[in-house]
Design a binder for this molecule. Structure first.
Ligand code: ATP
Length: 276
């Protein structure tokens, strides 16, 4: 199953011009008070790429996703999306490609059922019938391995189930507007706190969404070894807001970079020190 997903992903990306930069960060810095979290970062993501951004806690991974998503302004540096410079936040400027973000926190509305949560935007902004939305919601719930829970309330679900429901909400799309689908998806720790089987469901789903839509690219921030290996083609290792290492997924077991070696071994001795 996994091999099939990986093969279909490779086939889909083969049609992409993956020499063409989709997202470029040039000299990006960001501080919170005196805490310099991103430090003159240069980063290029190409069309159709599946990239994992990894590294120790507090090293700026989520901050970079938020900057790319246009939710947080950098202090300095330039951002180019499909060759166009973005000035300001996403609300001030329209990016030439859609960028969607799947957040780490499963923020569901407690007073709404699972169906109302997952179908929220479709109920608000589409002309689809109740029946059509119900069908779409059931479909995505099945995709995340949670069929038949549409009538339940978030309080009746486990933390991992809530997380998968919020993932379902992030991927449900309106068939009336297929062009609404974002060309870039940013996943912030989508499998954190999930059991290994639920993680596999989400990892496979990320691959399927990617391979099913041509040149879609994604960045995934994760600490989970399985998620890194099953979802990424390229890995960027971040340390103190700078790229410490960058290589293909097969190179992570071959490199002698001390940061990468320490990270994957979990050894407390090494160049990475826990942030106090
Ligand atoms: N809005 C904010 N205000 C103040 N400090 C912030 C803010 N957002 C992030 N930080 C700080 O920036 C640093 C990097 O945070 P970030 O969430 O990007 O790290 P991370 O690499 O994603 O960490 P983790 O792996 O633990 O999720 C941390 O020290 C964090 O406390």
């Amino acid at each position: 199953m996994t091999d099939q997903l990986f093969e279909s992903s490779a086939a889909a990306t083969a049609d992409c011009d993956n020499t063409e930069p989709l997202i470029e960060l040039r000299g990006i810095s960001k501080s919170f008070g005196s805490n310099r979290v991103v430090d003159k970062l240069d980063l290029t993501i190409y069309h159709g790429e599946a990239v994992a951004v990894i590294g120790p806690s507090g090293t700026g991974k989520s901050t970079i996703l938020r900057i790319i998503a246009g939710l947080l302004p950098p202090d300095e540096g330039e951002i180019y999306i499909a060759g166009q410079r973005r000035v300001g936040l996403i609300e001030d400027a329209q990016d030439p490609v859609g960028i969607g973000m799947v957040f780490q926190q499963a923020a569901l509305f407690d007073s709404l059922t699972v169906e109302e949560n997952v179908g929220f935007l479709l109920y608000q902004h589409s002309t689809l019938s109740h029946r059509q939305i119900h069908g779409l919601v059931e479909e995505v719930l099945e995709m995340v391995g949670l069929p038949g829970i549409a009538d339940r309330y978030p309080a009746e679900l486990s933390g991992g189930m809530r997380k998968r429901v919020s993932f379902a909400r992030a991927i449900v799309s309106n068939p009336q507007n297929p062009t609404d689908r974002p060309a870039v998806l940013l996943y912030d720790e989508p499998t954190a706190g999930l059991d290994p089987i639920a993680s596999t469901v989400i990892e496979d789903l990320i691959r399927t969404i990617h391979s099913g839509h041509g040149c879609r690219s994604y960045l995934i921030v994760t600490h989970q070894d399985s998620t890194i290996r099953r979802t990424a083609d390229r890995v960027i290792f971040l340390h103190r807001g700078q790229i410490q290492w960058n290589g293909s997924i097969t190179e992570i077991d071959e490199t002698d970079n001390p940061f990468v070696r320490q990270f994957f071994s979990g050894n407390v001795e090494g160049p990475i020190q826990l942030v106090q």
